[in-house]
Design a protein around this ligand. Structure first.
Ligand code: ADP
Ligand code: UDP
Length: 246
């Protein structure tokens, strides 16, 4: 499909174009980035993988009654979405302690949390996405108390849907990041749900105490291009239920 000439926004993982009818086209890039973009590489067809997985998972949560920005996947790599006013707060939900949580708190990597934990981060590359709390969200004027309550509620609902779905695919959903936007008086789930934005462990290995993951952590940890490709292949197989055709 021919893309509009004018780019509305280019981020680390996607290029956004505005259509004449006001909807957006999201072109998923093949770039892999970590450490605030300091670490950079490419994975052939990554944009296709991630767009197909995002559309699949957004449909799943939409079917469960959670409003999302998805209009349709136009072709692998290109998704049409409704334009929303993004709230610059990343909502991270954790079911398992890992990543920055175990660097900050006295918790063992890979331990299941007694109940989900939600954390907020300010979307600000220059400040390295600092950890913020409800009061920070309020004094910075990022969202109202009602909106934050709704973000918590929707994030927990997404977790309910995804946790069960991933479990049925032999995966433990350890954590994930969501973004929400304002649209017509309500909040909708926006952006992506991909191995770039979540940690997923093999359930059988997890029960044996081994953390085998199929997500971007492999790249963050310096894995080879083959290891990264193998992880995204397996994530795609489990999530979409098909052999990746790209
Ligand atoms: P980043 O560099 O922040 O990772 P991306 O490359 O993922 O950004 O680009 C996506 C950008 O588009 C992000 O800033 C995200 O907040 C924004 N976005 C996602 N969904 C929508 C939407 N439906 N409407 C408007 N902006 C969106
Ligand atoms: N995450 C994300 N974007 C970010 C930061 C984190 O998608 O800018 C995701 C990350 O992939 C993981 C979860 O949020 O699934 C929790 O990340 P954590 O805070 O542990 O950060 P990290 O270990 O990446 O520093």
């Amino acid at each position: 499909m021919k893309l509009p000439d004018k780019v509305m926004k280019e981020g680390k993982a996607k290029v956004i174009y505005e259509k004449e009818d006001g909807n957006l086209l999201m072109k998923f890039k093949d770039d892999l980035t970590a450490l605030d973009g300091l670490k950079h590489d490419q994975m052939p067809s990554k944009g296709k993988y991630n767009s197909v997985m995002t559309a699949h998972l957004l449909k799943l949560v939409a079917d469960a009654g959670i409003p999302t920005h998805l209009v349709s996947l136009l072709e692998p790599g290109l998704m049409e979405v409704k334009k929303v006013e993004i709230i610059p707060v990343e909502a991270v939900l954790r079911n398992v302690a890992t990543g920055s949580m175990v660097r900050r708190l006295p918790l063992e990597a890979g331990s299941r949390l007694p109940s989900p934990v939600i954390e907020f981060y300010l979307k600000d590359d220059a400040l390295h996405d600092p950890w913020i709390n409800d009061d920070h969200v309020r004094i910075l004027g990022l969202a109202t108390a009602e909106e934050l309550k709704r973000i918590r509620e929707l994030t927990l609902k997404v977790n309910d849907v995804l946790l069960d779905y991933f479990a049925s695919k032999g995966l433990v959903l350890a954590d994930f990041k969501l973004e929400f936007g304002r649209l017509g008086g309500d909040l909708v789930l926006a952006d992506e749900i991909t191995p770039d934005t979540m940690r997923i462990f093999d359930a059988k290995e997890f029960e044996k105490g081994r953390l085998v993951e199929y997500d971007k952590q492999i790249f963050r940890d310096g894995g080879s291009p083959e290891d990264i490709k193998a992880a995204y292949d397996e994530a795609f197989r489990r999530i979409v239920g098909e052999e990746p055709p790209f």
